[in-house]
Design a protein. Structure first.
Length: 341
């Protein structure tokens, strides 16, 4: 073998070994990055198809685990140990999310050098966009009617907290069959304590639907909050009970879970989780005694699901609706829960 041939073989060997070493380094770096994303007890996450009409019952929520899939809609088996279950993420990112009957609503933020732009996006069963609406402010609450035919959302037009008085909200409803939009509930007639009411300080937020016409929402005026029953066809809102915020109607239509301001609570989180019987207007304090600022979801007629601040953002918890039992964590690093299927 000539000297030139030997040198050529040596050069090829060096290049092959160098490439292999580089691949090993890059693979190790990738593995290290992946481990960093799922370190500190982060739940396992994998991309995959997410449908709002699964074959079995699933719990869907906004995934808050660190990494490239943060804020995406995730789903886990409803019967799994949600704290450890691998979550499937569907690629759609939301600030607030809710779904019912194969219709989803996703409140999104688009970041730019000129500032954030917000939209309400209506999703089909496969998380494909059907329609989007520009939002006048920062997303806060979102709901879909049991039939999937109506969706509602609330945004902060000014201020970013319900705890103080320096905020205003706008609540909108849309018919997902015709895309007819009710831009603000402030155009509805209000009956307060049995009398017509008009005031420039009136605010509405936190819609929950009974059907495709009747709904409930928070009405705030004169420094007080009220549970108001809405009639979409008549375009009216009638107050029913005082000191109710972010209502959520039980599946059987008999009770409202809500935030209630309680004496002696911290100024920034003055609420606790209560349930109101609509027939008797009897209030029941739940076993959840921690400061509370969310719109509850009912897993069934006896069980509440909600989000609370955790060590890495928010966690999803559950508690009985009748005031008994003990709160239990369902999923870490998660928010905006919905049951599917």
């Amino acid at each position: 073998m000539t000297t030139r041939a030997r040198l050529l073989i040596l050069l090829i060997a060096v290049l092959v070994l160098g490439g292999a070493a580089t691949a090993v380094v890059l693979r190790a770096a990738g593995d290290s990055a992946q481990r960093a994303q799922t370190s500190a007890g982060d739940p396992p996450v994998r991309p995959g198809p997410v449908t709002l009409t699964p074959a079995g019952r699933q719990l869907a929520f906004r995934n808050l685990a660190m990494g490239p899939h943060q804020d995406e809609i995730a789903a886990v088996d409803a019967d799994a140990d949600h704290a450890d279950a691998e979550r499937t993420v569907g690629g759609v990112k939301c600030m607030r999310f809710y779904a019912a009957a194969g219709t989803g609503i996703c409140l999104q933020a688009q970041h730019s050098a000129l500032g954030d732009i917000y939209h309400a996006v209506i999703l089909d069963r496969n998380l494909h966009e059907l329609h989007r609406f520009p939002l006048a402010g920062v997303p806060s609450r979102a709901r879909v009617s049991p039939s999937g035919h109506l969706a509602a959302w609330t945004v902060f037009v000014s201020g970013e907290s319900y705890s103080g008085g320096g905020f205003s909200t706008r609540t909108s409803l849309v018919d997902t069959r015709t895309w007819k939009l009710t831009d603000t509930l402030e155009t509805f007639s209000v009956v307060k304590d049995g009398h017509p009411h008009r005031s420039p300080d009136t605010n509405f937020w936190g819609v929950t639907f009974a059907d495709d016409n009747r709904f409930y929402a928070t009405l705030a005026t004169g420094g007080q909050t009220y549970l108001a029953q809405g009639d979409l066809g008549a375009r009216t809102l009638t107050t029913l009970h005082q000191n109710v915020e972010c209502p959520s109607l039980s599946p059987d239509g008999t009770r409202i879970a809500y935030k209630k301001r309680v004496p002696g609570a911290a100024a920034d989180t003055p609420w606790r989780l209560y349930v109101l019987d609509l027939a008797t207007m009897t209030e029941t304090a739940t076993a959840e005694t921690r400061p509370f600022d969310d719109q509850v979801m009912w897993a069934d007629d006896t069980t509440l699901v909600y989000a609370l601040p955790g060590s890495h953002g928010w966690d999803v918890w559950t508690a009985p609706a009748d005031g008994t039992g003990t709160p239990r964590k369902l999923a870490e690093q998660a928010a905006s829960p919905s049951y599917l299927g």
